[in-house]
Design a protein around this ligand. Structure first.
Ligand code: ADP
Ligand code: MG
Length: 445
């Protein structure tokens, strides 16, 4: 038995009227694997706990297979939860732990056969007689999965089940979870703050920020057509480059977006999307460039649709199979509040105001406005004259991926080509305007 789970305008208020989940609507199909993705504190666990029945729904409806379910007891929902901290009974063996929910449900039946079958499925037969204290983290999480699977639940609810494990094990178990839940065909809601995990696991990904749903779609569609700068910046590594630009659309000349002292000329004839940019004339926009939209090459080797700029090498990050080069193009990056590790990391400066630096105040503001702006276009303090390679304020505004054989060093001025067909443009509020928001994701799915 597997279930459709629907949330209609669901909100949650714990205290003082602050909505930690704000009018969330989401339809999860039977057998679907949906990932709830967002930074820490955005309300993911709260949503999961409301689905499980562990937390009361303040407003809105939860429906299970179309039936109103707000008031069902957790046990009546027949869902199995897997948590980050394993939560096994320390005084029971793995067999005892896996069989526990079965013994509660049917005290007169011998759970042995079901426990054995579950253990076989997870490849943990030889762990059945051990106690949790005798298991590694990964083994404990497998036993916890076993306990969730053994009672044939109607849905799995998983709350960051892999985040306490080391990277290698996490990747391994991630693949196992993906295989297992699909094999069982059980609806799964999986919570994580790790975008790579979300992208690799989900049939669809729902991106939350400050309790508000930003976008829901297949991993490909949220990557290719992020609705706003928050989604664009949260999804994808290396993080998308977000530069503040100004649209110039003279009546008699080529349309450009200036990025500091440089500019991108939009190729003629203008695409429909670029024609729509004309209304932004004279306004500040945010240009989004994923690393695949930029390559290191001379302007003479430009292909159609590629436009030249130059960048000053600030930092070269060796990754083995590739190198990430941090450039300074002299443009100003856009700040996206709420991201776990903002990049570029502007350091606090000497000049302090009574109530902290501008940046600190922006951060505070971002924290207090739960569903506030997705982007902040205010000048950081001390945005003085020309940046130089030794300037600690600007660790680079553009990250480009390249092969390790290129010998690049700090201080070099390097020609870059920007592929305009991969250009994102967001308005001052951080909403995507190019590709056009009406653009239907046609991703061959
Ligand atoms: P996430 O799982 O995305 O990290 P949570 O759902 O745990 O986020 O929390 C969302 C917000 O609700 C946070 O600001 C958190 O502090 C708050 N919160 C969570 N649980 C409670 C609670 N029991 N009482 C009051 N506030 C809570
Ligand atoms: Mg949580």
């Amino acid at each position: 038995m597997t279930r459709a789970i629907s949330l209609h305008d669901v909100s949650k208020t714990y205290t003082r009227g602050i909505r930690v989940v704000n009018r969330l609507s989401l339809d999860i199909g039977p057998g679907e694997f949906l990932v709830l993705l967002g930074p820490s504190g955005c309300g993911k666990s709260t949503v999961l706990r409301m689905i499980a029945g562990l937390e009361e729904i303040t407003e809105g409806d939860l429906r299970l297979d179309g039936e109103y379910a707000n008031d069902l007891l957790p046990a009546e929902r027949r869902m199995a939860m897997v948590f980050q901290n394993f939560a096994l009974y320390p005084n029971m063996t793995s067999r005892g732990n896996i069989g526990f929910p079965l013994r509660i449900e049917a005290p007169n039946e011998d759970p042995r056969a079901r426990v054995d079958a579950t253990a076989r499925m997870l490849g943990i037969e030889d762990l059945l007689d051990r106690y949790p204290g005798q298991l590694s983290g990964g083994e404990r999480q497998r036993v916890a999965m076993g306990r969730a699977i053994s009672r044939h639940p109607s849905a799995f609810l998983m709350d960051e089940p892999l985040s306490n494990l080391d990277a290698k094990l996490r990747n391994h178990l991630r693949a196992e979870i993906a295989g297992l839940t699909r094999e069982l065909g059980v609806t799964t809601v999986y919570v994580t703050h790790d975008q790579a995990e979300a992208m690799s696991l989900g049939d669809r990904v729902a991106v939350l920020r400050g309790g508000v749903l930003q976008q829901v779609g297949t991993p490909r569609s949220v990557y290719a057509l992020p609705r706003n700068v928050f989604v664009a910046a949260f999804i994808g590594t290396p993080r998308i480059n977000l530069l503040r630009g100004l649209v110039r659309a003279p009546l008699d000349g080529a349309m450009t977006i200036s990025l500091g002292k440089q500019y991108l000329r939009l190729p003629e004839p203008l695409s429909l999307d670029h024609q729509l940019l004309r209304v932004q004339q004279g306004r500040e926009v945010i240009v989004g460039l994923r690393s695949e939209a930029i390559r290191i090459a001379k302007r003479t080797s430009a292909r159609p649709g590629e436009m030249p700029i130059t960048g000053l090498v600030e930092h070269v990050e060796f990754q083995g199979h590739e190198v990430l080069v941090h450039f300074n193009t002299g443009s100003r990056p856009a700040l996206v509040p709420d991201l776990e590790a903002p990049r570029p990391a502007l350091r606090p400066t000497r000049r302090r105001r009574r109530d902290g630096t501008v940046l600190e105040r922006l951060r505070d503001r971002a924290g207090s406005l739960r569903a506030g702006p997705v982007v902040v276009l205010e000048d950081p303090p001390d945005s003085g004259p020309e940046p130089t390679p030794s300037d600690p304020r600007l660790p680079g505004d553009l990250v480009v991926r390249t092969t390790p054989d290129l010998d690049l060093r700090r201080g070099m001025q390097v020609p870059l080509l920007v592929d305009i067909s991969h250009l994102f443009v967001f308005d001052q509020h951080g909403e995507r305007i190019c590709p056009s928001p009406d653009h239907l994701p046609d991703l061959g799915e």
